[in-house]
Design a protein around this ligand. Structure first.
Ligand code: PBG
Length: 327
């Protein structure tokens, strides 16, 4: 092997122009998906305490936010609903005039070209805060599927381009695909939260979405953090059931799985840079302990280099702006 001094790795790093020329991974705002939390009411903007810069927004405020995305290059948003009323079966999740259904219609009306993705999960809509129907303290799988499918259909009826089931019930991708196809939504995509882990990194999200479980935790349906092969099985099953896009979530503690999924599957792969990952960066930056811009770009680059095509991130707007500023 030819080596030093013939080979000098630093030759490739001499100037920004050279570094740009040989850079293997570049971020593109078109790969970012920006999440929003939609609440009932008008002129509502409530900042989430552990997520500076992220607010619960009423539909009118949301419309203003998506208009402001124009020119940023960010072409897709992910909507989570925060209903005023919750019950045991999450009725507002599949109500025709539910908060997300109205938000989807308003966003598509204001910006028809924007890709609108909706979270499909019952935990924000159930009074017990679990992602499925409860009986005797257990989260039931099969009876929950029908509700999830109805929820997805109601989002598609409202105009959603992509539905994103995040509940981790078995068989939900297939159930959703069937109902979408039967209801005239053959072109609605499914982005499946395929390998979703039971993670402490969702802490701030549960405040944002008001979806903390009232009892127990989500370990009987979300994955155990130690399991990598099982994550690949989950993805394989979702692909078999018709998922158009698959996902690994959270991102940072699971980058090995982003890489393994990328090597094994041809489907577009998303990674979710979740609320706790965002909160940690924001907290350290607020203390002046880290350079937020550098850290965010490095994190997003790492997720992309690991193999993600799409990145769901609360940093999307800032990162897109920094990409425009940076030559
Ligand atoms: C709903 C859902 C959660 C997240 C996305 N969809 C929370 C959970 O499963 O408890 C987490 C997103 C984030 O932390 O940013 N099930």
């Amino acid at each position: 092997m030819t080596t030093f001094p013939t080979v000098r790795m630093r030759r490739l790093r001499q100037s920004e122009a050279l570094r740009a020329l040989v850079r293997e991974t570049a971020l593109d705002p078109g790969d970012f998906i920006l999440p929003f939390f939609v609440a009932e009411g008008r002129r509502v903007r409530r900042e989430v305490s552990a997520m500076p810069g992220v607010c619960q927004l009423s539909v009118d405020e949301l419309v203003g936010e998506v208009k402001a995305l124009d020119g940023s290059g960010v072409g897709s948003v992910l909507l989570f609903g925060i209903p005023d009323e919750k019950d045991a079966v999450g009725s507002q999740a599949y109500a025709r005039d539910g908060v997300v259904q109205r938000a989807v219609a308003a966003v598509k009306d204001a910006r028809p070209g924007l890709i609108v993705i909706t979270d499909v999960c019952l935990c924000e809509y159930t009074d017990h805060g679990h992602c499925g129907i409860i009986e005797d303290g257990q989260v039931l799988n099969d009876p929950s599927l029908e509700l999830l499918a109805r929820m997805a259909q109601s989002h598609a009826d409202a105009g959603a381009d992509v539905v994103a089931p995040s509940d981790m019930m078995d068989g939900r991708v297939g159930a959703i695909r069937r109902l979408l196809d039967e209801s005239g939504h053959a072109n609605t995509l499914i982005m499946a939260y395929s390998a979703k882990f039971a993670s402490g990194f969702y802490g701030p999200f549960r405040e944002a979405a008001g979806s903390a479980p009232r009892f127990g935790d989500r370990r009987s349906y979300q994955m155990d953090p130690g399991n990598g092969r099982e994550a690949l099985r989950e993805i394989e099953l979702d692909v078999a059931e018709g998922a158009d896009i698959v996902m690994v979530k959270p991102a940072l503690a699971y980058l090995d799985l982003v890489r393994r999924a990328r090597d094994r599957f041809a489907q577009p792969l998303a990674a979710y840079n979740v609320s706790g990952e965002y909160a940690m960066v924001k907290a350290a930056a607020a203390q002046g302990w880290i350079d937020e811009r550098r850290i965010v770009m490095e994190i997003l680059t790492g997720i992309k280099r690991a193999g993600a095509d799409l990145i769901i991130t609360y940093h999307a707007r800032d990162a897109a702006r920094w990409l425009h500023e940076c030559p």
